[in-house]
Design a protein around this ligand. Structure first.
Ligand code: PGA
Length: 249
């Protein structure tokens, strides 16, 4: 089954109001690549501005709280993201799992909250360097996938991003063979869990994707797109990745 390519920018904690124009340039140029779904996940503070600047474009959060509202100072809920105009959110990024102690159960609850609020989800998984070096990467990631997935979900509204922690922001990338093996293993585990829906769900690769390596990484087996950090902050760096997605079958 053909899955549309999906290229998502994760701006992390970057971007003030002057970055809205850059997002407008990205979304404007992305229209030249109708075969690729493009989304940007700016900081919460810019979601409304990006939605206003590029109506109809896919703008997302980088995280959400599992509860719809309540006494959680500093947090943002999934219904709040939707209310601001977001149509998706990332959950379970390693910078949340590691930096904020989020467990698989926490990530599952966030994914379920996002889906319940009508958002699509990009659920992140990935192994630390020591586990990759010990040969345990696939087992580690499959535990994360099984523990973080909602009990029930529409596979058209959930994507999984495989992001080896050691590849994020480092310029290091796994071999194409390792990416294909990981994605193939994730899809096989999904088949066991949800049957035919596993062929619909998109699997993204993330970690030091740039215009030079995107065609190779996005061309690996079972890779349906990319989750991009640093190279998503400017149109000049992000659009070559979108173009690479468009050039693939
Ligand atoms: P990077 O980040 O592209 O800057 O490595 C990817 C991510 O953390 O999603």
């Amino acid at each position: 089954m053909a899955r549309r390519k999906y290229v998502v920018g994760n701006w992390k904690m970057n971007g003030l109001s002057d970055a809205v124009a850059e997002a407008g340039a990205i979304f404007g140029a992305a229209k030249d690549y109708p075969a690729v779904d493009v989304a940007l996940c700016p900081p919460f503070t810019l979601i409304g501005a990006l939605v206003a600047a590029a109506p109809g474009s896919a703008v997302g959060g980088q995280d959400c709280h599992a509860a719809p509202s309540g006494a959680y100072t500093g947090s943002v809920s999934a219904p709040m993201l939707a209310d601001a105009g977001a149509t998706l959110t990332i959950v379970g990024h390693s910078e949340r799992r590691e930096g904020f102690g989020e467990s698989d159960a926490d990530v599952k609850a966030k994914a379920e909250a996002a889906l319940a609020a009508g958002l699509s989800v990009i659920l992140c998984v990935g192994e630390p360097r020591a586990i990759r070096e010990s040969g345990g990467a696939i087992d580690h990631v499959l535990v994360q996938v099984r523990g973080s997935l909602p009990d029930a979900f529409d596979p058209t509204r959930l994507a999984i991003a495989y992001e080896p922690i050691w590849a994020i922001g480092t310029g290091l990338i796994p071999t194409v063979e390792d990416v294909a093996a990981m994605h193939g293993s994730i899809r096989a585990a999904l088949s066991e869990r949800i049957g035919a829906g596993a062929q619909v769900l998109r699997l993204l690769y993330g970690g030091s994707v740039n215009g030079d390596n995107a065609a190779e990484l996005l061309g690996a087996g079972d890779v349906d797109g990319a989750l991009v950090g640093g190279a998503s902050l400017t149109a000049a760096k992000f659009l070559p990745i979108v173009a690479a997605g468009a050039g693939l079958p």
